[in-house]
Design a protein around this ligand. Structure first.
Ligand SMILES: Nc1ncnc2c1ncn2[C@@H]1O[C@H](COP(=O)(O)OP(=O)(O)OP(=O)(O)O)[C@@H](O)[C@H]1O
Ligand SMILES: [Mg+2]
Length: 277
């Protein structure tokens, strides 16, 4: 459903963030994008929704060439690609319900969005989604009264109320503790399954990527250096992606809940990122 061909991004500063990226994401596939800091993960997902303009190459979402869109056509295309952020990007002084409903702003007309009057069916859907993400009683709370995990649940509900076909997720768990991180990744995974959504999830935690993604793509210095199933990621591959490091982590075949894979501490990944940023 999403196809990137020969996508290159050079920032005005001269930084070459992506080089000749070829990538196809089928409908319903949950892909984790891993790689050291500066590898180009955020740039890649931002090129897809055009928060960043690719320098060259083609990005197609189903039949639409995204790189050529502007104005109303771009806004329409963006509705089908919802973003979930590390820092949640909620409006603190608004309630949970208002934050979720703001995901509909791409659909309601200007006047309705200005007065924040949403159609009844949007409000009903917001209730359903809050229930689904595990916040049935929080709708009246201000966003700044929530924990990090709760805030991310609101961010997920806001993304889903957009009725997207594709989720673009940038480090959804980077600000969360390990248990909450797993819960959030499981929720995203389940929702993709329920709604047949494709997702690109940028994530630093390799073990979480392995546990919850269908496919892992490794970026290094703006190029794809690994593309395979979670089980195919071994210590050599991790060295290719992250650089020389004594990987004492053993990638397990059994990634069931009862024996969670050993997590690779973020500090190690940062240490290993040396040459690539
Ligand atoms: N707005 C910008 N202007 C100039 N260079 C940028 C900009 N944003 C990113 N870069 C550069 O592009 C490269 C890729 O950055 P990007 O943020 O995509 O990496 P990342 O893989 O998401 O890293 P992290 O894991 O730290 O989030 C880096 O060299 C970075 O310095
Ligand atoms: Mg990033």
């Amino acid at each position: 459903m999403l196809t990137l061909s020969q996508v290159t991004k050079r920032y005005p500063t001269g930084d070459r963030a992506l080089t000749d990226i070829d990538l196809t994401l089928p409908r319903g596939q949950v892909m984790a994008l891993i790689g050291p800091s500066g590898a180009g993960k955020s740039t890649l997902i931002r090129c897809v929704n055009r928060l960043v303009e690719p320098t060259s190459g083609s990005i197609r979402l189903e039949d639409t060439e995204l790189t050529r869109l502007s104005g109303a056509a771009l806004r329409r295309a963006r509705r089908s690609m919802a973003m979930i952020f590390q820092e949640y990007a909620l409006v603190d002084r608004l309630t949970v319900m208002e934050n979720v409903l703001s995901g509909r702003l791409g659909y309601v007309g200007f006047w309705r969005s200005f007065t924040r009057r949403y159609p009844q069916e949007d409000i009903a859907e917001a209730f359903r989604l809050l229930d689904r993400v595990g916040l049935p009683h929080a709708m009246d709370k201000r966003a700044d009264a929530l924990s990090g995990g709760q805030r991310q649940r609101v961010g997920i509900a806001r993304a889903l109320i957009q009725s997207p076909r594709l989720l673009l997720v940038d480090e959804p768990t980077a600000s969360l503790d390990p248990k909450t991180s797993r819960q959030i990744m499981r929720l995203i995974r389940e929702l993709c399954g329920e709604r047949n959504l494709a997702a690109i999830i940028n994530i630093h935690d390799v073990a979480l990527a392995q546990q919850f993604a269908d496919r892992i793509v490794g970026l290094r210095a703006g190029q794809i250096v690994f593309d395979g199933k979670p089980g195919e990621l071994d210590a050599d591959t991790l060295t290719t992606i992250y650089g020389e490091e004594e990987w004492d982590t053993r990638v397990q075949d059994d990634i069931g809940e009862s024996t969670p894979p050993r997590e690779v501490p973020a500090s190690r990944l940062t240490l290993a990122s040396g040459g690539a940023s």
